[in-house]
Design a protein around this ligand. Structure first.
Ligand code: PA5
Length: 432
């Protein structure tokens, strides 16, 4: 029995009886392409066994995390896209929704945009703190994180001197290539390797995600265990009746073929915001090519029911919705009784907020289904390291299978280069 359940009850009107079975051959073919490594992009399948491979690096990761947590008040994680979103997704989900109550040092982010005011404020915030840097870039040359690293490295060196700064910097990059590798060797940074065969958006279970998550004080061992359970569960079976990867990939492509070209990933938990952002990158960069692909969009309920709810209910019927549902609340609060009941809420007195949230979730799924939007529900036990590990692996494998169903290469991103080339030309970078 898998830890993740893909429930299609609220989508059944759009998936007539036996319809999923039509996809059985496709799914099993896509799975063979992955496991036998003969599909498009087969040089980038290292993520498939990261849950087992990364365990070997745990002692080193945990020892670094202990040193950083013991010595530093704050750590800035520098990276963009796949070199940033996985770590942020896990850390933000496991931190309380208000951003307080987290074990390790404070975690801040940089290198994911180009706004000066952000860096001015960040440097001001850090100036009296003991802080360090984890810089993540596979190529070692991506502009946004490279600029951020130059700014922050400079500030740290000015604050504590070059030798001490070098001890507070960890670089996660390619084993041999790139400017960051060169700099790390020269200045003696502690480094971790991003394997050649693992692309950015499939790298959360490598040091790219694990080092920052461990520094933030969360159990990366439990996360890898959750991922390993999902890996084992979806290794051979891929039955459309029981396998969550097969069910999700098949349902998405069934909707796509019905003209539903937009998938909204939503949850009723704001702490899952960056899980949705990570998912958006994973599916957007993997599938959107050759004029094909489902457009991945995200919404946060109930907040967005008061902004996008109208469109979801009555706009063009080109959408389907996927709701992420943790079955247990992390913590709960009872609604108090009020003797006067002027707000008329006493009918809820004594009930917990999760009870109201669940009613909102079920009410929304029913409403959207009635409005012509099929709803996939992805249920898992709770938001913790183990379940997040399973979710990461589940989505990565679903994305790869779904990409193969579309007959695209889910592991490259050639379309991202054009903006960079234009930007470099406008900036007069030598050679452009
Ligand atoms: O998924 C991807 O490959 C991209 O999003 C990259 O992670 C992103 O562009 C950052 O690249 P790099 O790690 O080389 O700095």
């Amino acid at each position: 029995m898998s830890k993740i359940n893909v429930d299609l009850e609220f989508a059944s009107d759009f998936l007539p009886k036996q319809a999923l079975q039509l996809w059985a051959t496709d799914i099993s073919l896509a799975n063979s392409m992955l496991t036998k490594k003969w599909g498009k992009g087969h040089d980038f399948l290292g993520w498939l066994n990261l849950p087992e491979k990364s365990i070997q690096q745990l002692p080193d990761i945990l020892s670094i995390a202990r040193d950083f947590s013991g010595e530093l008040d704050a750590v800035v994680i520098i990276g963009i896209g796949g070199s940033y979103l996985g770590a942020r997704a896990a850390i933000d989900s496991l931190t309380s929704p208000l951003g307080i109550h987290r074990p390790g040092p404070e975690i801040l982010y940089a290198g994911h945009h180009l706004v000066g005011k952000y860096y001015i404020d960040l440097l001001e915030y850090l100036k009296d703190k003991r802080w360090g840097i984890v810089v993540v870039s596979k190529s070692g040359t991506t502009t946004e994180p490279a600029i951020a690293f130059r700014i922050l490295k400079n500030a740290l060196e000015n604050q504590v001197g070059q030798a001490a700064a070098s001890r507070r910097i960890i670089a996660i990059t390619d084993e041999k290539k790139g400017a960051l590798r060169k700099l790390s060797t020269q200045l003696g940074y502690k480094t971790f390797i991003i394997p050649d065969d693992v692309g950015g958006r499939y790298s959360v279970l490598s040091p790219v995600g694990l080092v920052p998550i461990a520094i933030a004080g969360f159990s990366v061992g439990a996360m890898l265990e959750g991922a390993r359970e999902m890996m084992k569960a979806s290794e051979n079976d891929m039955s459309l009746a029981t396998d969550p990867v097969a069910r999700y990939a098949a349902a998405r492509n069934a909707f796509y073929n019905q003209g539903k070209r937009i998938e909204i990933l939503c949850s009723f938990h704001p702490e899952l915001h960056y899980i949705a952002e990570w998912w958006k990158q994973l599916f957007g960069e993997s599938e959107g090519k050759e004029g094909k692909g489902i457009f991945p969009a995200v919404a946060e309920y109930t907040t967005d029911l008061h902004s996008m709810g109208q469109y979801m209910q009555e706009g063009p019927r080109k959408l389907f919705e996927t709701i992420l549902i943790p079955k247990e609340a992390q913590a709960d609060l009872q609604i108090p009784e009020d003797p006067q009941d002027l707000d008329g809420l006493n009918f809820l007195a004594g009930q917990e907020l999760s009870y109201v949230n669940e009613a909102a979730c079920n009410g929304t799924a029913l409403a959207h289904l009635a409005g012509g939007v099929p709803v996939i529900r992805i249920l898992f036990d709770r938001i913790d390291e183990n379940n997040l590990g399973s979710l990461f692996y589940f989505f990565e494998k679903s994305c790869a299978i779904s990409g193969y169903q579309l007959n695209v290469n889910p592991f490259d991103q050639p379309g991202v280069e054009l903006y960079k080339n234009n930007m470099f030309r406008l900036l007069k970078k030598p050679g452009y």
